[in-house]
Design a protein around this ligand. Sequence first.
Ligand code: ATP
Ligand code: MG
Length: 450
Amino acid sequence: MGLLTQQPPPVGPDVPAEQTIPPLPRLVAVEGAASAEKAEAPAAPVDVCDTGMDRGVLLDLALKTAFTVPQCNTEWVARQLHLPQVVAGELLEQLRTDHLLEVLGQAGPFGYRFSISQRGRDRASRLLEVSGYVGPAPVSLAAYAAFLDWQLSHASRVTPGQVESALDSLVLTPEAAQVAGLAISSGRSLFVSGPPGNGKTSLGRLLHEALAGHLWVPHCLALESSIIRVYDPQLHQLFDVRAEQSWAVDQRWVCIRRPLIIAGGETTLASFDLAYSSSLRYYEAPLHLKANGGTFLIDDFGRQRVDPHELLNRWIIPLEHQVDYLTLHTGQKIQIPFRQMLIVATNLPPEAVTDPAFLRRMGYRLRLGKPSPEQYADIFRRYAARYGLAVPQDLLARLLARYRAESRDLRACEPRDLMERVRDICKFRDTPLELTEELLALAWVGYFGN
Ligand SMILES: Nc1ncnc2c1ncn2[C@@H]1O[C@H](COP(=O)(O)OP(=O)(O)OP(=O)(O)O)[C@@H](O)[C@H]1O
Ligand SMILES: [Mg+2]
C-alpha cells in the first residue's frame, strides 16, 4: 500500500511534467486585508506536476531538508518547503520508494514520521556540495517572468490624483510635477539632475508611492539546479492578504508592497550581477531583479566607485528590451525580466556623467534647479507649520535678503535644515520652540559657518 492518501497522477517518461504546465501559475481569488476587494493570488499546487518545477529539483530539496534533522514528519517538511502537505507527501513517498527515507510511523491522519537512511545521508551530503540551499521550494524562472508580466498588465493605472498626493510634500513647478507624473504613469525611466538639496532623492522616493497595490514575488527561482533567492525581507515589505485564505495560496510566493530599491553611492557593478555564495552554493538576486514590479532608484549617480559611463552602459540593453542577462558561475547566461521604473538621480552636471546614447534611452529627464524665492518661502512656511511654529512678519523677507547679500544660492533643503538648528538651540537653552530673528541668525551661522 502506498503512503499517500491521495495517489499522484502518473509522471513518467511519456508524461513530461514541465511541458504540460503553462508558465503562468493558476490563480485563485483572495480577499485583501485592507479592503474587501478581491485580489488574484497564485493557487496552491495540487500535486508535484502542478508546481511547474522539475520533479528532481524538488526531490533533492526535500531530501536535503530531511537531512537537517534526526527525524521529521510530512507536515514539518511541507512547512519547510512551503508546499501543501499532499505535495510534500508525494515527494516523501518517492524518497521512501528510492530507499532514501525510512518510515518510522504514522503522524496525524495524512502524514508519516520519517528518518533519513544511510543511503539518503550520502546522497544529501553530495547534493549539499552542489547547492547548499535548504528552504522554501523554488518556482521556475518561466513562471516568475510570466506572472510578473501578468501582474503588471493587470496593475491599476497611475492617476494624476495619485501622483499629486504622492508628491504633496514637495514644492515643485507644475512642469516638474507633470514630467514626474508622466514618467511614473508611463513606467518609463526618469533621469533627475540638479544641484544638491533640491529634492531629487525625495522625488524619487515619493514618486514610488504613486504605484499602488501589491506584488507576488517568489521566495526563490530555480534554473535547473541553480537556486536564486528573490524575496529579501530586508528590502521587501510584506503586504497582508488574509491569513485564513492561505491554504488556497501557493506559499512559495510572498505578497509584498511594490518594491522601492535604492542603490546609493556604495553601489558597485557587482551589485547588478548574481551574487554567488561559495559557502552556501546558491545565488542572491541582484538589486534590479528584486526591484522588478516597482521602482529602482540609482541615487547619487556618478559618486559610485565605478566609472559612470560603465554604470550607465549596464542599463542600455535592459532599458531597450525590458530584459537583462545574468551569468551563472558556470558561465551559463540566463535571461531575466527587467520590468521596473528606473530613476537615476545625480547632482553632477549631466554632460559630465552621461552620454547621448544613454540619455536617448531614458524616458524622461527632469532638472530640479534651485527654488525661486517664492518657492523657498512656500517650503519655509510648510516646515514651520509642520513644527507648529508661527513665522513672524518680515522674517522671511529678511532671510531672503541675507541670501542675496551673501550671493548664496537658495536650496530647497535649507528651510528644514535651518529650522532643525533653531530647534537644537531652543532645546539646548531649554526655552520654548519659536522662530525669532535672533534664533535664525545663530542657526544661520552654525549652518553656513560664517
Ligand atoms: N522641492 C522641495 N520641496 C520641499 N522640500 C524639499 C524640496 N527639495 C528638497 N526638500 C527638502 O530637502 C531635503 C533634502 O532633499 P533631497 O535629499 O531630496 O535632495 P537631493 O536633491 O537628493 O540632494 P543631493 O543632491 O545632495 O542628494 C528633503 O528631505 C526635503 O525635506
Ligand atoms: Mg539625493
